[in-house]
Design a binder for this molecule. Structure first.
Ligand code: DX5
Ligand code: ZN
Length: 217
């Protein structure tokens, strides 16, 4: 099954509630929430108060992407705030295996993200424990960047690793997803596509309809 996960990093924050309602009405099931700490990535986005308030008005699955150093410190907080799934970066975790199990023990779905230069081999001993793997197709930190084409091969290799191990792990792609590359990304083996600019620039409902057309084909 393919999923679209609109990233609210690209939202108009003066209209955040309305924009999330539009997303929900468009039939999307997942909302991608980018938390940045200004350390792991250069930028700072938003955190607990924003998630707490949007949780009250949305039934979407909250897919929380933590771009923060040592995310283990905060997984309980984000679980309490209503995250359904937490993604941590392999590069930000000293004890990745421990952090994965910490998230799972809280009853949440767990995903590990890899920066473009990080090899897939970091997943060798943890892949079986994950619900999803996030392949970053830009260097994390900002929306609106161009998709790095070398990542197609990484997506294909990850999909092969998953199939070879007989797993059903979701493959998520984040960064530079647009109408022009959706089909190629799906063909490479991804099934959860994060989209910031391509959902929020212009008319949200029209953009989602156009992306979903390719995703549900
Ligand atoms: C980047 C974030 C992305 C970002 C994607 O660091 O993790 O989720 O919002 O934005 P676009 O789709 O505009 O590349
Ligand atoms: Zn993200």
């Amino acid at each position: 099954m393919n999923y679209l996960a609109p990233s609210i990093l690209a939202a108009d924050f003066t209209k955040l509630g309305e924009q999330i309602s539009s997303i929900e009405k468009s039939g999307v099931e997942m909302l991608h929430i980018d938390v940045m700490d200004g350390m792991f990535v250069p930028s700072i986005s938003f955190g607990m108060p924003v998630i707490e308030s949007i949780r009250k008005n949305s039934k979407l699955l909250f897919d929380v992407h933590l771009m923060i150093e040592e995310p283990d410190r905060y997984v309980e907080t984000f679980a309490k705030l209503g995250a359904d799934s937490i993604t941590v970066h392999a590069e930000a975790c000293t004890h990745l295996h421990r952090t994965i199990h910490h998230i799972k023990e809280l009853g949440l779905k767990c995903s590990v993200a890899l920066n473009p230069a990080t090899p897939l081999s970091v997943l060798d001993y943890v892949l079986q424990d994950l619900d999803m793997v996030l392949i970053m197709t830009v260097n994390p930190g900002f929306g609106g960047q161009a998709f790095i084409p070398e990542m197609y091969d990484k997506i294909r290799q990850l999909k092969k690793m998953i199939t070879d191990k007989g797993l059903k792990t979701d493959v998520q792609v984040d960064g530079g997803v647009c109408f022009e590359n959706v089909q190629d990304i799906l063909d490479a083996g991804a099934n959860v596509l994060v989209a910031g600019s391509s959902v929020f620039k212009g008319n949200i409902e029209d953009n989602i309809a156009a992306l979903q057309k390719v995703l549900v084909k």
